[in-house]
Design a protein around this ligand. Structure first.
Ligand SMILES: NC(=O)c1ccc[n+]([C@@H]2O[C@H](COP(=O)([O-])OP(=O)(O)OC[C@H]3O[C@@H](n4cnc5c(N)ncnc54)[C@H](O)[C@@H]3O)[C@@H](O)[C@H]2O)c1
Ligand SMILES: [Zn+2]
Length: 681
């Protein structure tokens, strides 16, 4: 879990209209680069790890390009910069495995001039080339390895060097062959896991009915599914794979064409749109053709990829730290459309933030009907000149939230300028202004309550399934929840009577609530939704204080905790200064009985260093690490001479076992782990 960087202008609603690089002095450039790096790291985390991006791809690309420009113009290159790396760190719940070959990004652009320039560089270096032209699937890449023709493992991209072992999940996908006929001794291939459109619609429909939040797009759904911890849930979800590269094999391959032939022969699923073309102009035609066919395909694509066909030439061209020099992704433009603004309304979020939203005359943007689009804040409305009646361009970029990108035509007669309300549109409470943002400051505002409720129940918080956006809205609207603490005294009959609920959903929620009792204090604190207190800080606070000490802690006590600065300390003390908050927390604590690691911990395992590989039934990796660490053990991610035990669970990774062998580290199976370690607690 990565914390949202505080006070960073490039995290939420970033303004990407940058001053020319030449106008900056070196100190300003360095500072801007520092903030951009922190923000991009965070966006990488949201996108690649959490599957829940907070900004549109186009905005992300603008931030990334700016950082690239600054680094070049001011010589700020740094090996830790996100411009030098790929993707995001692997999730720690899953085993980490090294790739056979680094899984890189692609150079990309939606600008024809740039792919022509790419082609010019290629021909300058290696002469005329043939390109393999392929759809760029908008899914999730995996490396799949076969030894002696038998499926050995599947690994996500991760940070490019190592990824997450998702073998158990990929085994459940029908189009992944488990045994190959006439296969070479060793074969590593790459493919894109995706969720077909129709399956995606059905899955989202079911999620909405259950009260869970729908996935934003098929890519997020596929990525979220591949990394689930329970393979039986994965088996239930519609996933498919297109294989598109042979990375390493004991057979000889001299071109992309031969790679596809080999893949087909061995029974891998490959895509039929892939073809060979003679020059870059044919790549441009290919892209136009696929763009026109885009909506008729059963899978999402976001552009086309041109790869130099000849493997010898690829080797001559080589790679940078981020991407191969022999491939280029020519992306499609964002999906946009024009429509008129009917009205501007203001929404209130969990932290009380007021966001203006344009209600639109519904418009179809390539298959998705858009009837609302965010306007971010008052400054954005002013800059764009949006008002009711205006004809605007809306964009669905990266599918996060559609946004209004410009005013195309203006009916002056209808013009009525927009002003942020002075009181909260939901509770009529006072509104405070911070920079360009406005907040409702009434702690019991129902709009905030809905979002806080949803947050309280979310997976990293109390993990109460079934309370997504829609269910939270309904509970608050029906008056069943007036304070978070009411959750635990909900009446099953009242729930069952709610629109669209029924007895089954009501009973499920009751069971989920009961299961959340005794949660650890860290999750409980995070669930309270205190500003600036993310999961990591919540865990650090829970390790340092029990709940009653935390309520009375002053700024100085708080700042003694790692990663808690004045701003965070101020947010925590302000939270507990509100009598309404304290009352809610007390009632919740009585219902939940959060367990403090300090109460539970001990030093039984002091000095013991453990490494895990594979999964242990009944635990997630982070639960186990937490538990063992509160008892003094040291849980690390790789085996070394200092390791006491390697615990080998289900679907273990090969590398750690080999290391354990080499370092003479004792291994424990789940039963031995239970008997020798867990029983000591
Ligand atoms: N919104 C955000 O916060 C956010 C954050 C990070 C990244 N992003 C977006 O992600 C993009 C960069 O992502 P990336 O580096 O994962 O991908 P990329 O655009 O560099 O492309 C590389 C990926 O393309 C995929 N691919 C699909 N078809 C392929 C084919 N035929 N051959 C080879 N590869 C194929 C593979 O999964 C591969 O990993 C950026 O453009 C950015 O917009 C957005
Ligand atoms: Zn309010």
């Amino acid at each position: 879990m990565v914390e949202e960087p505080a006070d960073n202008p490039y995290v939420r609603d970033p303004d990407t209209s940058f001053a020319p690089v030449d106008d900056l002095d070196a100190a300003t450039a360095r500072e801007q680069a520092r903030r951009l790096r922190a923000a991009i790291e965070y966006h990488n985390y949201r996108y690649y790890v959490a599957n829940d991006p907070v900004i549109a791809d186009r905005t992300y690309d603008a931030l990334f390009d700016r950082l690239d420009d600054l680094e070049a113009a001011f010589d700020l290159d740094d090996e830790h910069s996100p411009t030098r790396r790929v993707g995001g760190a692997p999730l720690d719940e899953l085993e980490t495995v090294e790739h056979v070959a680094p899984l890189l990004s692609l150079q990309s652009s939606g600008d024809a001039a740039e792919i022509r320039e790419f082609d010019r560089r290629i021909r300058e270096a290696v002469g005329d080339v043939t390109y393999s032209a392929e759809p760029k699937f908008d899914g999730f890449s995996v490396e799949v390895v076969y030894e002696d023709g038998v499926f050995d493992r599947a690994v996500t991209r991760g940070d490019g060097e190592e990824g997450e072992d998702v073998s158990a999940n990929l085994r459940t996908v029908g189009s992944v062959p488990l045994r190959l006929r006439d296969a070479p001794d060793f074969l590593a291939v790459r493919g894109e896991v995706y969720m077909p459109r129709s399956g995606f619609q059905t899955l989202n429909q079911r999620r909405i009915e259950r009260g869970d939040d729908p996935f934003a797009n098929p890519r997020n759904a596929a990525a979220g599914t591949v990394r689930l911890l329970d393979p039986s849930t994965v088996a239930d979800r519609p996933l498919d794979v297109f294989f598109y590269d042979v990375i390493e094999t004991s057979a000889t391959i001299t071109s992309q064409r031969e790679a596809f032939d080999l893949l087909r022969e061995l029974g891998f699923r490959v895509n039929d749109e892939t073809t060979l073309v003679e020059d870059v102009e044919a790549v441009l035609d290919y892209r136009d053709r696929l763009m026109a066919a885009r909506e008729d395909l059963e899978y999402e694509i976001d552009g086309v990829v041109a790869k130099v066909d000849d493997v010898g030439k690829r080797e001559q061209l080589g790679s940078t730290a981020r991407h191969p020099r022999w491939a280029f992704a020519y992306k499609f433009p964002a999906r946009t459309g024009e429509t008129t603004v009917e009205r501007i309304v203001v929404q209130v979020g969990r932290t009380g933030k007021l966001t203006p939203v344009a209600l639109l005359d519904p418009v179809d943007l390539q298959g998705v009907t858009i009837s609302r689009a965010t306007l971010h804040n008052a400054a954005q409305i002013r800059d764009l000149g949006v008002h009711a009646g205006a004809t605007v361009r809306v964009e669905r970029a990266g599918d996060v939230i559609p946004e209004v990108s410009e005013v195309v035509a203006d009916d002056e007669n209808d013009s009525e300028s927009f002003a942020m309300p002075e009181t909260c549109p939901v509770c009529d409470g006072p509104v405070a202004r911070e920079g360009e943002h406005h907040y409702c400051t009434n702690a019991s505002c129902p709009a905030q309550l809905r979002r806080r409720l949803q947050h309280f129940c979310s997976r990293d918080a109390m993990d109460i399934e079934g309370v997504g956006e829609a269910a939270a809205d309904r509970l608050v609207e029906a008056g069943l929840v007036e304070s978070l603490a009411d959750l635990y005294t909900l009446d099953v009959d009242d729930l069952a009577a709610l629109d669209g609920w029924g007895e089954r959903s009501a009973a499920n929620l009751r069971d989920e609530l009961a299961a959340s009792e005794g949660a650890d204090l860290g999750s409980f604190l995070y669930a309270l939704g205190i500003r600036h207190v993310g999961t990591e800080r919540a865990r650090a606070l829970a390790a340092a204080f029990d709940l009653s000490d935390l309520k009375n802690a002053n700024a100085e006590d708080l700042q003694a905790v790692e990663d808690v600065g004045p701003e965070v300390a101020e947010a925590v003390t302000a939270f507990f200064e509100s009598p309404a908050n304290v009352e809610t927390v007390d009632r919740l604590a009585e219902a939940v009985g959060p367990e403090s690691p300090a109460d539970e911990g001990g030093d039984e395992l002091d000095g013991l260093t453990l490494v895990f590989t594979g999964s242990l039934p009944g635990y997630t990796r982070s639960e186990l690490s937490n538990l063992l660490e509160t008892h003094g053990a040291n849980v690390t991610s790789s085996v070394s001479g200092a390791t006491d035990y390697l615990v080998v669970g289900e679907n273990p990774g090969q590398r750690k076992r080999e290391q354990a062998d080499a370092e003479d580290v004792e291994t424990l199976d789940p039963a031995a782990f239970e008997e020798r370690i867990l029983s000591r607690l």
